[in-house]
Design a protein around this ligand. Structure first.
Ligand code: NAD
Length: 247
């Protein structure tokens, strides 16, 4: 039986994780903690799952690392300095496993992998991400990561920046470009949840890879895989669900 503690337990994701864990036969909900509540109950758990806030998650991870507790962080906003801070707290001989997962959707993880595989075969590549109007950041972390993976694959294949003859444009008309020249476009629309299209173009053909998250339940298979698999990871920091999906 895996004893799971949830941080952010009253939130949209955290409350769904609590219900999902409670319904699994090999798991039990050991602690459900939200803002202002003591974290002590987490100490008796096998793993803590954090869906809180970018401003809160680091302190929670430090608390878990200090107690040798394994932790899974789904909270967004992990840039390189934040990951470096976590590595620093883990130290040279880590006791905890910390798994940071930018996207728990298995479909989204596969979309990124398929895009990375396709990248070297096409002259052009662009990413369009589409989200609900309440999303605070643009482009999404998933879109930025996808563009980076495509750019790395293009560079490895000796491809340069995708062709683009634009010489005049209104600000933003071509979206934004990250390193490697892959354009990323962000749509914010009431009614949407989380969607992304990756477009590849070559002589006489276009390949479109599209993923749609239609409901938060789409994240639960990935969360359960992380809870079941975290103890199999080496102590220290792991980023992404890929190793637990055999990718
Ligand atoms: N990795 C993924 O696949 C994925 C998927 C969906 C959402 N997210 C991210 O998960 C996070 C949570 O999303 P949400 O929609 O559930 O947000 P939410 O605002 O509904 O819930 C966050 C909860 O965390 C609580 N909280 C804040 N600080 C806390 C602290 N220090 N200790 C304990 N609880 C605390 C809040 O009171 C709230 O109940 C966001 O960063 C979001 O971007 C990640």
């Amino acid at each position: 039986m895996i004893k799971v503690g949830v941080l952010g337990a009253k939130g949209r994701m955290g409350s769904l994780v609590c219900r999902t864990v409670a319904a699994e036969e090999d798991m039990e909900l050991g602690a459900a903690v939200d803002q202002g509540q003591p974290r002590d109950g987490l100490a008796g758990c096998d793993v803590a799952v954090d869906f809180t806030h970018p401003g809160a998650v680091l302190d929670n991870l430090r608390w878990c690392i200090g107690r040798g507790l394994d932790a899974i962080a789904g909270t967004s906003g992990f840039d390189d300095p934040k990951l470096a801070q976590v590595r620093d707290w883990l130290g040279a001989a880590p006791r905890s496993r910390v798994l940071v997962v930018p996207n728990f959707s298995v479909g989204a993880v596969l979309m990124m992998r398929f895009a990375e595989q396709a990248a070297r075969f096409f002259t052009s590549a662009e990413v369009i991400e589409l989200h609900h109007a309440g999303k605070a950041d643009a482009p999404s972390g998933t879109a930025s990561r996808t563009a980076a993976m495509i750019s790395e694959a293009r560079t490895a294949a000796g491809l340069g920046v995708p062709p683009d003859a634009t010489v005049s444009e209104l600000d933003g008309a071509r979206g934004t470009t990250l390193d490697g020249g892959v354009h990323v476009h962000s749509v914010r629309l009431a009614g949407l949840v989380a969607h992304q299209e990756v477009l590849f173009g070559g002589p006489g053909e276009v390949l479109t890879i599209r993923h749609d998250s239609l409901d938060r339940v789409s994240f639960m298979p990935g969360v359960l895989a992380a809870i079941r698999g975290v103890a199999s990871l080496p102590p220290g920091l792991t980023v992404g669900l890929d190793p637990l999906l055999g990718l």
